[in-house]
Design a protein around this ligand. Sequence first.
Ligand code: MG
Ligand code: MG
Length: 278
Amino acid sequence: MRRKGRKIIYKTAEEIELIRASCMLVCKTLAYVGSLLRPGMTGEEIDTKAEAFIRDNGALPGFKGLYGCPSTLLVSRNEAVVHGLPSKEQVFADGDILSIDCGVLMNDFYGDAAYTFCVGDVDEATLQLCLVTNESLYLGIEQAVVGNRVGDISYAIQHFTEKVHGYSVVRELVGHGLGRSMHEAPDVPNYGRRGQGPVLSEGMVIAIEPMINLGRKEVRTLRDDWTIVTKDKKPSAHYEHTIAVTQNGPDILSNHEIIVEAIEQNPNIRAIVRETTA
Ligand code: MG
Ligand code: MG
Protein backbone atom coordinates (compact mmCIF):
# COMPACT_ATOMS: atom_id res chain seq x y z
CA MET A 1 0.00 0.00 0.00
CA ARG A 2 1.82 3.10 -1.16
CA ARG A 3 -0.08 6.35 -1.33
CA LYS A 4 1.97 9.48 -1.58
CA GLY A 5 0.97 12.73 0.03
CA ARG A 6 -0.95 11.24 2.92
CA LYS A 7 -0.63 13.09 6.20
CA ILE A 8 0.74 11.46 9.31
CA ILE A 9 -1.94 11.37 12.02
CA TYR A 10 -0.39 11.84 15.47
CA LYS A 11 -2.10 10.10 18.40
CA THR A 12 -2.85 11.32 21.92
CA ALA A 13 -1.84 9.24 24.95
CA GLU A 14 -5.48 8.11 25.26
CA GLU A 15 -5.60 7.01 21.63
CA ILE A 16 -2.34 5.11 22.04
CA GLU A 17 -3.92 3.17 24.94
CA LEU A 18 -6.87 2.22 22.71
CA ILE A 19 -4.47 1.00 20.03
CA ARG A 20 -2.57 -0.95 22.70
CA ALA A 21 -5.82 -2.66 23.73
CA SER A 22 -6.51 -3.61 20.10
CA CYS A 23 -2.93 -4.88 19.64
CA MET A 24 -3.21 -6.91 22.85
CA LEU A 25 -6.32 -8.62 21.53
CA VAL A 26 -4.49 -9.36 18.28
CA CYS A 27 -1.66 -10.98 20.25
CA LYS A 28 -4.07 -12.91 22.49
CA THR A 29 -5.63 -14.21 19.29
CA LEU A 30 -2.21 -15.20 17.93
CA ALA A 31 -1.38 -16.85 21.28
CA TYR A 32 -4.66 -18.80 21.06
CA VAL A 33 -3.73 -19.77 17.49
CA GLY A 34 -0.27 -20.80 18.72
CA SER A 35 -1.82 -23.05 21.36
CA LEU A 36 -3.95 -24.87 18.75
CA LEU A 37 -1.62 -25.27 15.76
CA ARG A 38 -0.61 -28.81 14.85
CA PRO A 39 0.23 -30.76 11.70
CA GLY A 40 -2.97 -31.79 9.87
CA MET A 41 -4.89 -28.68 10.86
CA THR A 42 -6.16 -26.50 8.02
CA GLY A 43 -5.99 -22.78 7.45
CA GLU A 44 -9.77 -22.67 7.38
CA GLU A 45 -10.04 -24.29 10.83
CA ILE A 46 -7.64 -21.87 12.47
CA ASP A 47 -9.24 -18.88 10.74
CA THR A 48 -12.73 -19.82 11.96
CA LYS A 49 -11.46 -20.20 15.52
CA ALA A 50 -9.58 -16.89 15.42
CA GLU A 51 -12.65 -15.03 14.16
CA ALA A 52 -14.84 -16.49 16.94
CA PHE A 53 -12.19 -15.56 19.53
CA ILE A 54 -12.05 -11.93 18.34
CA ARG A 55 -15.85 -11.57 18.24
CA ASP A 56 -16.17 -13.21 21.71
CA ASN A 57 -13.83 -10.48 22.95
CA GLY A 58 -16.13 -7.75 21.65
CA ALA A 59 -14.10 -6.75 18.61
CA LEU A 60 -14.24 -7.19 14.85
CA PRO A 61 -11.67 -8.90 12.64
CA GLY A 62 -9.59 -6.07 11.20
CA PHE A 63 -8.72 -7.60 7.84
CA LYS A 64 -12.01 -9.28 6.89
CA GLY A 65 -13.72 -7.06 4.31
CA LEU A 66 -10.75 -4.68 4.10
CA TYR A 67 -9.83 -4.33 0.39
CA GLY A 68 -12.11 -7.36 -0.10
CA CYS A 69 -10.07 -9.64 2.19
CA PRO A 70 -12.18 -12.78 2.83
CA SER A 71 -10.52 -13.93 6.08
CA THR A 72 -9.68 -12.98 9.67
CA LEU A 73 -6.10 -14.26 9.48
CA LEU A 74 -3.59 -14.13 6.68
CA VAL A 75 -1.70 -17.42 6.76
CA SER A 76 1.42 -17.51 4.60
CA ARG A 77 3.21 -20.84 4.46
CA ASN A 78 6.87 -21.45 3.56
CA GLU A 79 7.52 -19.64 0.24
CA ALA A 80 4.46 -17.44 0.82
CA VAL A 81 5.64 -14.07 2.13
CA VAL A 82 2.37 -12.46 3.26
CA HIS A 83 -1.35 -12.24 2.34
CA GLY A 84 -1.85 -16.03 2.17
CA LEU A 85 -5.55 -16.90 2.35
CA PRO A 86 -6.44 -19.61 4.87
CA SER A 87 -8.39 -22.44 3.20
CA LYS A 88 -9.53 -26.06 3.51
CA GLU A 89 -6.80 -27.06 1.07
CA GLN A 90 -4.12 -25.42 3.20
CA VAL A 91 -3.17 -28.40 5.41
CA PHE A 92 -0.33 -27.68 7.83
CA ALA A 93 2.52 -30.20 7.78
CA ASP A 94 5.56 -30.98 9.89
CA GLY A 95 8.39 -28.69 8.80
CA ASP A 96 6.17 -25.79 7.69
CA ILE A 97 6.71 -22.22 8.73
CA LEU A 98 3.51 -20.18 8.94
CA SER A 99 3.49 -16.40 9.00
CA ILE A 100 0.18 -15.58 10.64
CA ASP A 101 -0.90 -11.96 10.42
CA CYS A 102 -3.91 -10.69 12.36
CA GLY A 103 -5.74 -7.41 12.82
CA VAL A 104 -8.69 -6.32 14.94
CA LEU A 105 -10.91 -3.26 15.13
CA MET A 106 -12.05 -2.30 18.62
CA ASN A 107 -13.21 1.08 20.00
CA ASP A 108 -12.62 2.60 16.55
CA PHE A 109 -8.90 1.71 16.55
CA TYR A 110 -7.05 -1.02 14.74
CA GLY A 111 -4.42 -3.36 16.12
CA ASP A 112 -1.95 -5.28 13.95
CA ALA A 113 0.73 -7.90 14.63
CA ALA A 114 2.21 -10.97 12.99
CA TYR A 115 4.31 -13.96 14.03
CA THR A 116 5.93 -16.82 12.14
CA PHE A 117 5.20 -20.21 13.71
CA CYS A 118 7.54 -23.17 13.13
CA VAL A 119 5.56 -26.43 12.89
CA GLY A 120 7.45 -29.52 14.10
CA ASP A 121 10.86 -30.19 12.62
CA VAL A 122 11.76 -27.11 10.62
CA ASP A 123 15.17 -27.33 8.92
CA GLU A 124 18.07 -25.40 10.44
CA ALA A 125 18.44 -22.86 7.63
CA THR A 126 14.77 -21.91 7.86
CA LEU A 127 14.86 -21.72 11.67
CA GLN A 128 17.83 -19.40 11.40
CA LEU A 129 15.89 -17.22 8.91
CA CYS A 130 13.08 -16.93 11.46
CA LEU A 131 15.48 -16.10 14.28
CA VAL A 132 17.25 -13.39 12.27
CA THR A 133 14.01 -11.89 10.93
CA ASN A 134 12.63 -11.71 14.45
CA GLU A 135 15.84 -10.11 15.70
CA SER A 136 15.77 -7.55 12.86
CA LEU A 137 12.35 -6.43 14.04
CA TYR A 138 13.83 -5.42 17.41
CA LEU A 139 16.79 -3.71 15.76
CA GLY A 140 14.29 -1.68 13.75
CA ILE A 141 12.25 -0.85 16.85
CA GLU A 142 15.41 0.38 18.64
CA GLN A 143 15.68 3.09 16.00
CA ALA A 144 12.10 4.32 16.54
CA VAL A 145 13.06 7.26 18.73
CA VAL A 146 12.05 10.91 18.54
CA GLY A 147 14.25 12.78 16.06
CA ASN A 148 15.31 9.73 14.05
CA ARG A 149 13.83 9.15 10.61
CA VAL A 150 11.91 6.23 9.13
CA GLY A 151 15.04 5.42 7.09
CA ASP A 152 16.93 4.67 10.31
CA ILE A 153 14.48 1.84 11.02
CA SER A 154 14.65 0.66 7.41
CA TYR A 155 18.44 0.68 7.33
CA ALA A 156 18.78 -1.26 10.61
CA ILE A 157 16.57 -4.06 9.30
CA GLN A 158 18.18 -4.19 5.86
CA HIS A 159 21.74 -4.05 7.13
CA PHE A 160 21.26 -6.89 9.62
CA THR A 161 19.31 -9.21 7.32
CA GLU A 162 21.07 -8.55 3.99
CA LYS A 163 24.60 -7.43 4.85
CA VAL A 164 25.20 -9.43 8.02
CA HIS A 165 23.18 -12.57 7.17
CA GLY A 166 22.92 -12.63 3.35
CA TYR A 167 19.11 -12.80 3.16
CA SER A 168 16.89 -10.53 1.03
CA VAL A 169 14.40 -7.86 2.03
CA VAL A 170 11.11 -7.85 0.12
CA ARG A 171 10.76 -4.44 -1.56
CA GLU A 172 7.11 -4.47 -2.62
CA LEU A 173 5.60 -4.62 0.87
CA VAL A 174 6.22 -2.27 3.77
CA GLY A 175 5.20 -1.43 7.33
CA HIS A 176 2.80 1.44 7.92
CA GLY A 177 1.20 3.97 10.21
CA LEU A 178 -1.94 2.72 11.95
CA GLY A 179 -4.85 4.14 13.94
CA ARG A 180 -8.47 4.66 12.93
CA SER A 181 -7.36 3.13 9.62
CA MET A 182 -5.37 -0.07 9.28
CA HIS A 183 -2.96 1.58 6.87
CA GLU A 184 -1.93 5.19 7.42
CA ALA A 185 1.12 7.27 6.55
CA PRO A 186 4.00 6.85 6.73
CA ASP A 187 5.20 3.80 4.82
CA VAL A 188 7.86 1.98 6.82
CA PRO A 189 10.05 0.08 4.32
CA ASN A 190 12.40 -2.66 5.50
CA TYR A 191 15.14 -1.27 3.26
CA GLY A 192 16.52 2.22 2.97
CA ARG A 193 19.08 4.77 4.00
CA ARG A 194 19.87 6.26 7.36
CA GLY A 195 18.67 9.84 7.85
CA GLN A 196 16.09 9.60 5.03
CA GLY A 197 12.31 9.70 5.12
CA PRO A 198 9.80 11.24 7.55
CA VAL A 199 11.03 12.40 10.96
CA LEU A 200 9.82 10.27 13.85
CA SER A 201 8.01 12.34 16.45
CA GLU A 202 5.95 11.84 19.56
CA GLY A 203 2.51 10.35 18.93
CA MET A 204 3.39 8.44 15.78
CA VAL A 205 2.10 4.87 15.80
CA ILE A 206 3.66 2.54 13.25
CA ALA A 207 3.65 -1.16 12.41
CA ILE A 208 7.16 -2.44 11.76
CA GLU A 209 7.11 -5.72 9.87
CA PRO A 210 10.23 -7.17 8.26
CA MET A 211 9.47 -9.68 5.48
CA ILE A 212 12.74 -11.47 4.81
CA ASN A 213 13.51 -14.09 2.15
CA LEU A 214 16.05 -16.88 2.54
CA GLY A 215 16.92 -16.57 -1.17
CA ARG A 216 16.33 -13.73 -3.60
CA LYS A 217 14.18 -10.65 -3.02
CA GLU A 218 11.83 -11.07 -5.99
CA VAL A 219 8.20 -11.95 -5.30
CA ARG A 220 5.07 -12.57 -7.34
CA THR A 221 1.33 -12.74 -6.66
CA LEU A 222 -0.51 -16.06 -7.03
CA ARG A 223 -3.63 -16.36 -9.17
CA ASP A 224 -5.84 -15.95 -6.10
CA ASP A 225 -4.76 -12.27 -6.37
CA TRP A 226 -3.71 -12.27 -2.70
CA THR A 227 -0.89 -14.63 -1.83
CA ILE A 228 2.57 -13.13 -2.35
CA VAL A 229 5.26 -15.80 -2.84
CA THR A 230 8.99 -15.76 -3.44
CA LYS A 231 9.88 -16.28 -7.11
CA ASP A 232 12.63 -18.76 -6.19
CA LYS A 233 10.20 -20.69 -3.95
CA LYS A 234 12.54 -20.42 -0.98
CA PRO A 235 11.01 -19.67 2.43
CA SER A 236 10.20 -16.21 3.76
CA ALA A 237 9.66 -15.09 7.37
CA HIS A 238 7.62 -12.22 8.80
CA TYR A 239 7.28 -10.72 12.30
CA GLU A 240 5.34 -7.57 13.14
CA HIS A 241 4.94 -5.28 16.12
CA THR A 242 2.92 -2.08 16.37
CA ILE A 243 4.80 0.60 18.32
CA ALA A 244 4.29 4.18 19.48
CA VAL A 245 7.07 6.75 19.30
CA THR A 246 7.26 8.45 22.71
CA GLN A 247 9.59 10.80 24.59
CA ASN A 248 10.66 7.72 26.58
CA GLY A 249 11.59 5.76 23.47
CA PRO A 250 9.68 3.15 21.48
CA ASP A 251 6.64 1.76 23.28
CA ILE A 252 5.77 -1.70 21.90
CA LEU A 253 1.96 -1.87 21.90
CA SER A 254 1.71 -5.48 20.73
CA ASN A 255 3.02 -8.38 22.81
CA HIS A 256 4.84 -11.37 21.38
CA GLU A 257 5.71 -12.76 24.81
CA ILE A 258 2.24 -14.22 25.29
CA ILE A 259 2.54 -15.86 21.86
CA VAL A 260 5.89 -17.41 22.84
CA GLU A 261 4.40 -18.64 26.15
CA ALA A 262 1.60 -20.36 24.23
CA ILE A 263 4.10 -21.94 21.82
CA GLU A 264 6.19 -23.24 24.70
CA GLN A 265 3.11 -25.16 25.93
CA ASN A 266 2.45 -26.62 22.46
CA PRO A 267 4.73 -29.57 21.61
CA ASN A 268 3.83 -29.25 17.90
CA ILE A 269 5.39 -25.80 17.56
CA ARG A 270 9.03 -24.95 17.96
CA ALA A 271 9.81 -21.75 19.86
CA ILE A 272 12.17 -19.17 18.41
CA VAL A 273 14.36 -18.13 21.30
CA ARG A 274 15.99 -14.73 20.99
CA GLU A 275 19.66 -14.65 21.90
CA THR A 276 19.63 -11.02 22.97
CA THR A 277 17.01 -8.82 24.54
CA ALA A 278 15.68 -5.53 23.29
MG1 MG B 1 -0.10 -7.32 10.11
MG1 MG C 1 0.84 -4.48 9.17
